[in-house]
Design a protein around this ligand. Structure first.
Ligand code: NDP
Length: 238
């Protein structure tokens, strides 16, 4: 079934889960704005999907850059007058990873913790604030989070990534509550451990499997859940 009436934006989308999310959303017939911080990478990835017959358009967006978010909002407003789906996918994992020195909360580099918060939590919040007004009371926001942000399963190591994904989960709850009188659904999704540049080659899931749960949350019906945390379309604890 195709859906030519919906417009989606995906952040950090020139590779990995973001790119596959664009492919799956566009495969449903939607127009998808594939964003990346490098113009040439956005253009090349969008071209590759266009070559598969998909309605995908590139746009530059660094989620840490407020002016870039405002420019994208202006472009969407002028070109389409609306937005239906926002997937906050852009993310970084810059912690030292065990058993490397610096992976403990006691000796982790504070600058890496700040960078993680700036991209993974504040970046998503910044984009949501800029683009949700274009949704005109109806649509879906998906924050691509991680099991490493679950307070119910919080462990040591990688404090930048963990703190930033827990904060992203809080952003999800705050937005969902403030939008509860609208038909805009805001949910967090853990894609599982996925074989991407971030997840590495030994991860258990394919990029197609990981993106499917993101696309599920992006395509919820108007009366679908909001303010939840999901993996594979099923609720998981915060
Ligand atoms: P990748 O490292 O393959 O992709 C991350 C993407 O985010 C890249 O396109 C990167 O672009 C982009 N990005 C980073 N910083 C910015 C920024 N400031 N502005 C815009 N884009 C940016 O990782 P994945 O595809 O695996 O990850 C996608 C999401 O899924 C992330 O949020 C991640 O935390 C989450 N996730 C992944 C898991 C996994 O196992 N792979 C598990 C759980 C969650 P650039 O090349 O410019 O840096």
């Amino acid at each position: 079934m195709t859906d030519t009436s919906r417009l989606a934006v995906v952040t950090g989308a020139w590779r990995g889960l973001g790119l596959e999310t664009c492919r799956q959303l566009a495969g449903k017939g939607m127009r998808v704005i594939l964003t990346a911080r490098a113009a040439d990478k956005a253009a090349a990835s969008a071209r590759a999907l266009q070559a598969q017959g998909l309605d995908v358009h590139p746009h530059v967006l660094d989620v840490t850059d407020g002016a870039a978010v405002a420019a994208l909002a202006r472009h969407l407003g002028e070109a389409y007058g609306r937005l239906d789906i926002l997937v906050n996918n852009a993310g970084i994992f810059v912690d030292a990873y065990p058993p490397a020195a610096g992976s403990s909360v006691f000796d982790a580099d504070f600058e890496r913790i700040r960078q993680s918060m700036e991209t993974n939590a504040y970046g998503a919040l910044r984009v949501a604030r800029g683009l949700i007004p274009l949704m005109q009371g109806r649509g879906a926001v998906v924050n691509v989070s991680s099991g490493m942000g679950q307070l119910s399963d919080m462990n040591g190591c990688c404090p930048g990534y963990r703190l930033s994904k827990t904060a992203l989960n809080a952003v999800t709850r705050i937005l969902a509550d403030e939008l509860k009188d609208t038909a805009i659904k805001v949910n967090a999704v853990c894609p599982g451990w996925v074989r991407t540049d971030m997840g590495g080659e030994h991860a258990e899931r394919s990029v197609e499997e990981g993106a499917a749960g993101i696309v599920w949350a992006a395509c919820l019906a108007d009366d679908g859940p909001s303010g939840g945390f999901f993996r594979d379309g099923k609720p998981i604890p915060w």
